[in-house]
Design a protein. Structure first.
Length: 97
């Protein structure tokens, strides 16, 4: 009887650990496969009247990463009167994805 209880506890603990490990991997998976859409939706969420084509172009440029891509993304958004903080955060978001 005692052996059965220990076995059940071990199986339960292994099952819980496995579920936690797989849950963490699943939670990270969407971020790894993200696209410049996160940048796009961030801008539109914070400035709904932003030009969607300009925003899409800026986010695609920013997705390349690096200083030049960030600056190009930022300047395109600023030309469309997207506030500086929103433009900066969106372009960072595009490069991270």
């Amino acid at each position: 009887m005692l052996i059965t209880v220990k076995l059940v506890r071990r199986v339960a603990s292994v099952g819980c650990a496995l579920a936690l490990a797989l849950g963490g991997a699943v939670a990270l998976a969407p971020a790894a496969s993200a696209t410049p859409q996160g940048c796009f939706y961030y801008v539109l969420e914070h400035k709904p009247d932003a030009d969607t084509q300009v925003t899409q172009d800026a986010c695609e440029i920013g997705a390349a990463g690096g200083k030049e891509a960030f600056q190009s993304c930022y300047h395109l958004l600023r030309e469309d009167y997207v506030p500086a903080v929103i433009a900066g955060n969106a372009c960072r978001k595009a490069a991270q994805e």
